[in-house]
Design a protein around this ligand. Structure first.
Ligand code: GTP
Length: 887
């Protein structure tokens, strides 16, 4: 921290006990825009961060304050009144929940222009930074949205509800963030509420998130047991006090030596927190030990800057597993400015962030290994010796021509500005008018304009440099999750040369959809507009899927949960005004084959869209298991796992005697390329897998092997990508039919991973209900609290356990026992809770919330996510089939 003890003496003039360091601000002006542009191109002064938490922990409320204090909004938006900047969809505002991640940029400390001054808690010692903030949804149905956002974050703020403590959804997202090794800080919010228990929450961080809490702030309850009025800063040995009912801009910074005698205990607690912090850091950071010895082992004498530097080292080097903990009550406008200081002081810049993972032609590596040419040496590209040498030579030139590489992480349809594609640039820079090649769709499109989003304002910019987030309006094709690259001298039709045209940044697997609903346009004439609206929906959210049921002709929309589909319906009908009705939300069962088929060849020869189409290919299908062999022995082979199935494509001569076959040299008619062959054949196979033969459900656990002999199965210009897709679809379908009719197929149902939080008294009833009435399997019974010892049958998680007895946590004046003695007579929610983890068929979870509430007196909560599809057997299969067939 920049404000050390010496400087604190300089700032706290003896004559003035309290120091007011804040002033009014004016709106974002032209001068500021210019200055903003300068700051935002400086990567070391950029933070790409996300806010993660359980539903209702206060992410949106906190974000609104961040925008306000940074000078980007003139008033504070209110979630409960539906006036926030980040929850901008009507459906979000109506429900008060965040559904889409919104990315907005602001500066902290604010840019100083004219009367606009720096108001961070650390005064002028911090230089303005550009913060790109992504607000993520907390509802379990939108977990995919969170996971996708996590892939582009360099750091995260995890917000906890100070009353409920660590909740199930937080745990889930926390472990994901830990898996991606994203540095995090924690903000314990809602400390103004009755029953807030900061100390207990700190212990839960250790017990349930398995992180060492580095308590940087302690809550200030007036006189020890009064109202929540501010915070004690263990790093700066001072306190912050906010004016009740104010907008939070004005707060007092009081050195602990200046605290009144009525707050002696509070001052003592700040010192205790400082000792605990120094000790914790000393255990993980040698240099902190040196500092400690330099000041004769006086915990309080270490300069606050040294503590901050050590803490930053520990946060960035995640092996220490230390997480700094901050506190506040965003709704009361308390605690947000010091939190913002912590964001820029503790979380990494893009330069310090982890090297992004990439996939190049099916081989995994990192972006820096690609840019340095190492990925090529590691065996990317052609497999034969001669061609590898040639390829290596070409690769340097290839990489030099790569102008930029970016990930489209969000597509938003804005009624005013049209489609906005949010991108994070990873290398080079995207310039206005750049031709961008979409490696997922194999299409090129120009970026007509570039924008930077500041709250509800947007500013036109000329470039989006590496490390930055920006918006490209007007792209026609880019979808959420697509990789976009610009390349000097790219072919306008086929894009950059191979293998760069296959580059995928941070690929992420879409989880299976478990619910679906039909979409019926009101009339034939509406079909086209409904289809366009659905196209926008799936461009925005790749966890939604649209399919056509061949036999009934119905359009089906599938998603992650009933709430997910409900929101999709809202978007479609209310926001996009599509004239369509959505049917009942139903469970998406799957079908799986039991035996392999013999190879089936199909020759497609038909007119398509007024043009002759001709292509051929061979399909072979088999059940997919861990032992399935994936033949990737020829250099043009390709394999992709999608939505529970695998499609492998082999492009090679198909002579009976393989030794006689002349190897194929990769020659293709000019209108075709290897990636276009792969993509057309894969899409054809996936279309065939969308409907099973016996039960009409999508196929699951199926491996399709498509073989195409380029000399025999391609017929000059008649072989269009559409003809190839049709050949692949029909060949796959024939192979599926052959095995399903001869050997039968089985029904699979989605099984969910469910975490139920209940109080001790309801535990027995809930466990009994899950295991006997719902056919679920209890996986573990964890203690959600921390007071009754270690967890029983711990859930699997990637982090080592922490001895809670060694964790420093300040006492809670209003903890559970205190609240009972405060005459309220009820235990505070979130304390003494038990967590039940179980695997339960989705069918048995429909309407569960209502039942859980009745079993727990309204206090039980649960989150669930799809675990896997399981075969339905015995009596259950009979009953289910009867139900599905309706007879
Ligand atoms: N008393 C109190 N209430 C708060 C505080 N912060 C947020 N709230 C309230 O908690 C509720 C949820 O706040 P949000 O900001 O919407 O929470 P969120 O985490 O964004 O929720 P989702 O978008 O649904 O995931 C709202 O009613 C807020 O007014 C706080 O510090 N104190």
């Amino acid at each position: 921290m920049q404000l050390g003890r010496a400087s604190s003496r300089r700032l706290y003039k003896p004559s003035s006990r309290y120091l007011f360091i804040h002033s009014a601000r004016r709106a974002f002006s032209v001068a500021l825009q210019r200055k903003a542009q300068d700051v935002s191109t400086e990567v070391s002064r950029t933070r790409n961060i996300g806010i993660i938490a359980h539903i209702d922990a206060g992410k949106t409320t906190t974000t609104e304050r961040m925008l306000y204090y940074s000078g980007h909004t003139r008033r504070i938006g209110n979630v409960d009144e539906g006036s926030t900047v980040t929850d901008f969809l009507p459906a979000e505002r109506a429900r008060g929940v965040t559904i889409q991640s919104a990315a907005i940029s602001f500066h902290w400390p604010p840019l100083s222009v004219g009367d606009l001054q720096n108001t961070s808690a650390n005064t002028s010692n911090l230089v303005p930074h550009n913060i790109n903030l992504i607000d993520t949804p907390g509802h379990a149905d939108f977990t995919f949205e969170v996971l996708r956002s996590l892939r582009i974050l360099d750091g995260a703020v995890c917000i906890l509800d100070g009353v409920a403590g660590v909740e199930a959804q937080t745990e889930k997202v926390w472990y994901q963030a830990a898996k991606y090794r994203i540095p995090k800080i924690i903000y314990v919010n809602k400390l103004d509420r009755d029953g807030a228990a900061f100390g207990e929450t700190v212990k839960q961080i250790a017990a349930r998130l398995h992180a060492w809490p580095a308590v940087c702030q302690v809550p200030w309850w007036e006189g020890g047991r009064g109202k929540f009025v501010g915070l004690g800063d263990a790093i700066g040995l001072r306190s912050f006090k906010w004016t009740e009912g104010g907008d939070g801009k004005d707060f007092q910074v009081i050195s602990i030596d200046d605290l009144p005698s009525s707050e002696a205990e509070f001052a003592l607690e700040i010192k205790k927190a400082r000792r605990a912090l120094v000790e914790l850091l000393s255990e993980h950071d040698e240099r902190m030990v040196e500092k400690y010895l330099e000041v004769d082992e006086d915990h309080l004498a270490i300069a606050s800057e040294d503590i901050m530097i050590s803490l930053r080292r520990c946060v960035l080097n995640q092996s220490s597993n230390i997480v700094p903990v901050f506190a506040g009550a965003s709704f009361q406008n308390m605690g947000v400015q010091p939190l913002l200081d912590a964001v820029i002081q503790l979380l990494p810049s893009p330069i310090e962030a982890l090297d992004p993972e990439i996939n190049l032609g099916g081989v995994e590596g990192t972006l820096s290994s690609l840019l340095s040419g190492k990925l090529v040496s590691a065996g990317i590209g052609p497999k034969s010796k001669a061609s590898t040498a040639k390829f290596k030579k070409q690769s340097t030139a290839l990489i030099q021509n790569l102008e930029s590489c970016a990930l489209a992480f969000k597509v938003v349809h804005d009624s005013r500005r049209g489609t906005l594609v949010y991108v994070r640039v990873y290398s080079g820079s995207i310039k206005r008018q750049s031709m961008l090649f979409n490696t997922n769709l194999q299409v090129s499109e120009r970026a007509p304009q570039l924008l930077k989003m500041y709250a509800s304002d947007s500013v036109q910019i000329d470039t989006i440099p590496a490390g930055q987030i920006g918006v490209i309006p007007g792209l026609k094709y880019a979808r959420t999750g697509d990789t976009l690259i610009s390349y000097t001298g790219a072919n306008p039709k086929s894009g950059p040369p191979s293998p760069l045209n296959t580059l995928q940044l941070r690929p992420i697997e879409v989880p299976p959809a478990v619910f679906f609903s039909s979409v019926e346009p009101h009339s034939m004439s509406e079909e086209k507009t409904v289809k366009s609206a659905l196209d926008i929906l799936i461009r925005e959210d790749p966890s939604l899927q649209v399919s056509e049921d061949e036999e009934s002709g119905q359009t089906l929309l599938s998603g992650m949960g009933d709430f997910h589909l409900e929101i999709a319906r809202d978007r479609l009908v209310n926001d996009m005004k599509a004239k369509a009705a959505m049917g009942k939300i139903e469970i998406a069962y799957r079908e799986s084959i039991l035996e392999a088929s013999s190879p089936d060849i199909y020759v497609f020869d038909k007119e398509q869209g007024g043009k002759q189409g001709r292509a051929s290919c061979i399909a072979h299908v088999e059940p997919l298991s861990e032992t399935t062999q994936i033949p990737l022995d020829d250099e043009y082979a390709y394999s992709a796992y999608e939505d529970g199935n695998r499609v492998t494509i082999s492009l090679k001569p198909t002579t009976d005697d393989a030794s006689e076959a002349e190897p194929w040299d990769g020659d293709l008619p000019p209108h075709l390329s290897i990636p276009s062959l792969h993509s057309a054949l894969k899409n054809g196979a996936l279309a065939a897998l969308s409907r099973g033969i016996n039960y009409a459900f999508q196929l699951h656990n199926t491996h399709v092997l498509l073989t195409l002999d380029p000399r025999k199965h391609i017929f000059g210009t008649d072989t269009t990508p559409a003809a190839l897709s049709s050949a692949a679809r029909l060949a796959t379908k024939a192979a599926l039919k052959a095995t399903a009719l001869e050997n039968g197929s089985v029904l699979m149902e989605p099984v969910m991973n469910v975490t139920v939080s209940v109080d001790e008294a309801s535990l027995g009833a809930v466990v009994n209900d899950i295991s006997s009435s719902r056919g679920g399997h209890i996986m573990s019974l964890d203690d959600a609290g921390v007071t009754s010892g270690p967890a029983v049958n711990s859930t699997p998680d990637p982090l080592p356990r922490i001895d809670v007895a060694r964790v420093y946590a300040p006492p809670d004046p209003f903890g559970p026992s205190a609240s009972q003695t405060r005459g309220q007579g009820i235990a505070v929610d979130g304390r003494r809770q038990r967590n039940i983890t179980a695997r339960v068929p989705l069918k048995e979870m429909v309407g569960y919330l209502k039942h859980l509430r009745s079993l727990t007196g309204g206090r039980g909560t649960f989150v669930m996510g799809a675990d896997r599809f399981e075969r339905v057997v015995g009596q259950r299969e009979k009953v289910l089939l009867k139900e599905l067939r309706g007879f």
